[in-house]
Design a protein around this ligand. Structure first.
Ligand code: CIZ
Length: 320
């Protein structure tokens, strides 16, 4: 009884916040862009949803003056790098990415000195400064293609070691120098979680994000980015899927595929940083026009070159 009363209270509260956000959005000429890992109620109010790169690119196409980026810091930074003329707001300043924080530009410069002939590939989950100190960026959907496109054999791959290992397994002709970084959410999935989930949901396909541990990837039927998961599920004849990535993905997978079933291999696949953003903080963000994400101009220009090089390699290619 108590829970039910609370739930209906929550629903009423959320509905009034949604109305407030809608009004503020119009008055500010703002667009709300939402990452696939956000809370369900935030994905519900998204003008555009997707992965970090798709969102930054969508931000370039919008004629809104204000971009409210519901994601984490490095994503809002990328949007700002690609859209210097627009105001990019991150509703909660503390929404960081522990993986991106596992590398600094100083440490990267020291590594480059150790391997002077190597090219530096940075995963988009990195700060603007790290992007500025890298040769080319990549996402989880294009990492193999980006590394393959480089003439160098030696590649310093930062900061995610699991994605780096995955690239190495697919490109034995390259020598990938790994960074000791990882996503604290994705590494929570253990081999036994997948084994148990497969026993529980016989016939279900396992789809894993390349930030997961190699043992988990070895047990998966398909490895891909969040964008790739939508594409894969749509075309797969399977009816049930075990999804090894952040829990927020289930919202849109279920919405787009109402006749299919989705399961997480562990309830621990929740990124606390992604979940910091709430409807209340979005309303606050639009009301007070906070927190603006700005990148120093010199850093921005260099980081943009790194992102643009990636876009040149992958232009117009579908999600993998
Ligand atoms: O780039 C992104 O949005 C992330 C963090 C994951 C993915 O695979 O889309």
């Amino acid at each position: 009884m108590h829970t039910q009363r609370q739930d209906s209270g929550d629903i009423k509260y959320n509905e009034s916040l949604k109305k407030k956000i809608e009004k503020l959005k119009k008055s500010r000429n703002a667009v709300i862009i939402v990452h696939n890992y956000q809370r369900d109620e935030i994905q519900e109010i998204a003008d555009i949803s997707g992965d970090s790169l798709a969102l930054s690119q969508a931000a370039v196409r919008t004629d809104a003056d204000v971009i409210v980026f519901c994601g984490v810091q490095f994503m809002a930074e990328s949007a700002s790098i690609l859209n210097p003329g627009k105001k990019v707001l991150l509703p909660v300043m503390e929404a960081g990415c522990p993986l991106a924080d596992m590398i600094t530009p100083e440490k990267l410069r020291a590594k480059k000195k150790q391997y002077p002939g190597a090219a530096v590939v940075c995963y988009v989950n990195s700060s603007a400064e790290v992007k500025a100190a890298s040769d080319i960026a990549c996402t989880s959907s294009n990492a193999i293609e980006v590394v393959r496109s480089l003439k160098e054999k030696d590649i310093i791959f930062v900061p995610d070691k699991n994605l780096g290992r995955y690239v190495q397994a697919n490109l034995p002709e390259k020598n990938i120098i790994l960074w000791d970084g990882f996503c604290p959410t994705h590494i929570r999935v253990q081999e036994e979680d997948i084994v148990k989930a497969k026993e529980l949901h016989k016939g279900a396909e396992v789809i894993a994000h390349p930030e997961c541990n190699p043992e988990v990837l070895a047990l998966s039927d398909h490895i891909c980015s969040t964008g790739g998961m939508f594409a894969y599920v749509k075309k797969s004849p399977a009816r049930e899927f075990i999804i090894s990535t952040e829990s927020g993905m289930l919202y849109k997978l279920q919405k787009d595929n109402p006749d299919k079933k989705f399961y997480l291999p562990t309830p621990h696949l929740v990124c606390a940083n992604m979940k910091l953003i709430t409807l209340g903080w979005i309303a606050h963000s639009l009301e007070k026009m906070v927190y603006e994400i700005k990148v120093d101009d010199e850093v921005r220009k260099k980081a943009k070159v790194t992102l643009d090089r990636m876009l040149t390699v992958t232009m117009g290619k579908p999600e993998k």
